[in-house]
Ligand binder design. Structure first.
Ligand SMILES: [Zn+2]
Ligand SMILES: [Zn+2]
Length: 320
């Protein structure tokens, strides 16, 4: 195996993305793994076979870094941690989300229902979303006894070192990994080649301003001047600065669009979602677009351009 390699782990029907990349780096002794697939037997098998194809055994994995808490990146880490007794590193903000899931998993679909209901989302759509979430409950769980990683932390590998870059936005504790010798950024889900960025607000991330974080993270990785970005899904980004600028301008344009929608308010969250992204319907993707719409509204509120108003039990938005 070269100094680093990856295994493509399929996501089946659990994501609109086809697969997630699990990275392996050669250390002086054994392997450092970055991310793990879904918590399924199939992911476990694909990872085990992938490691063997690269000439190693599963027991050669000596530590595991998780880029963020999402189920396609963390699931199997529970099993690997138990099986191999290895340290698992995760940013504290995402570790707290696993703690939240651990304490609230049975009530999570219900909490989601209550959360979006307070923003006026229709009950039939919410019932559909919460029924779907019931199927994901087990997959959402991840390790809560992880070791913290922070911006600037270094991990030694055989051919140099990897630097942790805290890049919140897609998740509060999202990290990217920079390999300075080759100027490669392993970007996790911060920036993908063909997909638009996702930075939603959910019942477990209510206190954050993901769009503000996202823009700051993009500026931060721009300063690193990576020559290539290798995301966790899809193809590598061979012209990183161009793609970063594209995503920044997409986000800024969306902020303006959402502001224009709110200026005609008071409006509810479903209205913002329909005008800025897509009509709310009975689909799980609607859950993600509602949460994304809420992030844009939050950004405008924190910038002093919009505010929440109460209409009975429901929250509406208007410009200030
Ligand atoms: Zn993700
Ligand atoms: Zn992902």
């Amino acid at each position: 195996m070269n100094e680093w390699n990856f295994i493509k782990v399929p996501l089946g029907d659990k994501s609109y993305l086809q697969d997630v990349l699990v990275f392996l780096f050669r250390m002086k002794e054994g392997l450092l793994m970055v991310d793990a697939g879904l918590n399924t037997d199939h992911s476990f098998m694909v990872i085990s076979e992938g490691v063997e194809r690269l000439g190693y055994k599963l027991s050669d994995i000596k530590s595991l870094i998780l880029t963020h808490y999402h189920l396609d990146h963390c699931g199997i880490s529970l099993r690997l941690k138990k099986l191999l007794s290895i340290p698992v590193y995760l940013h504290e903000k995402d570790r707290k989300i696993f703690q939240f899931f651990k304490e609230n998993i049975e009530r999570y679909p219900e909490k989601t229902w209550e959360f979006f209901r307070s923003y006026g989302v229709q009950e039939d759509i919410l019932s559909f979303i919460t029924n779907e979430l019931q199927k994901y409950k087990k997959l959402l769980l991840g390790p809560t006894d992880t070791l913290n990683i922070n911006d600037g932390d270094l991990f030694e590998i055989e051919s140099g070192f990897l630097r942790i870059i805290h890049t919140p936005g897609h998740s509060p504790g999202h990290i990217s990994i920079f390999y300075p010798e080759k100027r490669i950024l392993f970007g996790g889900d911060l920036i993908l080649k063909d997909e638009l960025p996702h930075a939603g607000i959910y019942p477990h991330t209510v206190q954050y301003n993901p769009i503000k974080d996202y823009l700051e993270s993009l500026e931060k990785i721009k300063k690193l001047k990576p020559e290539i970005i290798i995301p966790s899904h899809g193809e590598p980004i061979l012209d990183p600065l161009k793609r970063i600028e594209e995503v920044i301008s997409f986000i800024k344009q969306k902020i303006d669009e959402v502001y224009d929608i709110i200026k005609k308010g008071p409006v509810d969250l479903s209205h913002v979602c329909e005008k800025a992204f897509r009509r709310c319907e009975k689909s799980l993707s609607c859950f993600f677009f509602l949460s994304l719409s809420l992030s844009y509204v939050r950004y405008l509120i924190e910038e002093g351009l919009a505010e929440e108003i109460k209409k009975g039990d429901l929250i509406l938005f208007k410009s200030t």
